[in-house]
Design a protein around this ligand. Structure first.
Ligand SMILES: NC(=O)c1ccc[n+]([C@@H]2O[C@H](COP(=O)([O-])OP(=O)(O)OC[C@H]3O[C@@H](n4cnc5c(N)ncnc54)[C@H](OP(=O)(O)O)[C@@H]3O)[C@@H](O)[C@H]2O)c1
Length: 264
């Protein structure tokens, strides 16, 4: 029996296979991926040396099953996966598909709902995990071990999944927008765009690392870099005048509401 079967060989599946093999969580012979697209199957087979199939029923035979298709085709997938034995652990990264929907679709199976984010593509994601009623402690560990190969793992009650989606799920989009705007700002004050890009990306990277490594409160870092009558406080005053802080808070709230609406 293949150890891990993945339904849908897209971006997230590729990131996970890459992480799992790099961290030696599974051997190439232990992973099977299904995808309807033959070019995609050939690509995954050639890149990783894993087994591929176009038949989702083959994946249903694996010990651990991971659903990695678009949420819109969830009901189609349930039908063409066929019967899944009750001892199989089922993991789903489908945005908006609840534990209750998973437990209804796979009655008797332990199910885990996961919300990863895009930096998982370079093993620097953060994945939030919520467990269904029938997940045993060793199965929780299995789920964590899988997602740890593409970044950090946190456990949350399912009631917080929409909030997680609005913050870390949508977060790469917010960061991209901030980075782009700062680069434009650099260009406005006369910097060549490639130089502005390097300055912004390294400033983000370094500032985040400083906050993490010294476990600093963000306000403390801000206070450290603002001297009386200096340049940074002038920039921060302009940000506050434009309501950037409030805009970001509202962005998380709006995305969370949208996630709730899509899931209901
Ligand atoms: N990417 C992210 O950053 C991210 C973050 C959080 C959650 N997610 C969730 O992860 C899931 C996958 O996202 P993704 O970005 O990896 O999407 P994706 O790249 O579109 O991958 C989905 C794959 O499933 C294949 N597929 C379509 N119909 C299928 C079927 N009947 N049986 C098996 N495979 C089928 C698709 O093939 P075709 O392209 O030929 O249709 C595609 O290769 C989504 O539910 C999304 O909500 C993604």
């Amino acid at each position: 029996m293949t150890a891990l079967g993945i339904v849908g060989g897209g971006q997230m599946a590729e990131a996970l296979v890459s992480g799992l093999l790099a961290k030696k969580a599974y051997l190439t012979s232990e992973i099977l991926v299904s995808d309807p697209n033959s070019e995609r199957r050939d690509y995954l087979k050639d890149k990783f040396g894993i087994a591929v199939t176009e038949n989702n029923r083959n994946v249903s035979q694996c010990s651990v099953l991971l659903l990695a298709v678009k949420p819109q085709i969830f009901s189609q997938i349930i039908k063409n996966m066929g019967a899944v034995a009750h001892d199989r652990l089922l993991l789903s990264i489908l945005a908006g598909v609840s534990l209750q929907q998973l437990e209804t679709a796979f009655p008797g199976n332990p199910v885990v709902r996961v919300m990863p984010n895009t930096p998982a593509l370079i093993a620097q994601g953060i994945s939030a995990l919520s467990y269904g009623k029938q997940v045993a402690p060793d199965q929780q560990q299995t789920a964590q071990n899988i997602f740890k190969t593409v970044g950090t793992v946190v456990e949350v009650p399912e009631a917080l999944m929409d909030a997680v989606t609005g913050l870390s799920g949508s977060g790469p989009g917010y960061v991209a927008l901030l980075v782009e705007a700062l680069i434009d700002g650099g260009v406005l004050v006369g910097l060549p765009r490639p130089l502005a890009r390097s300055l912004v990306l390294e400033t983000f990277k370094g500032s985040v690392a400083l906050l993490q490594e010294q476990n600093l409160h963000p306000g403390e870092l801000k206070d450290r870099v603002t001297s009386p009558g200096g340049t940074t406080i002038a920039g921060i005053a302009a940000l506050e005048k434009s309501g950037v802080r409030s805009a970001l808070i509202q962005a998380v709230e709006a995305a969370t509401q949208r996630s709730k609406a899509l899931g209901s």
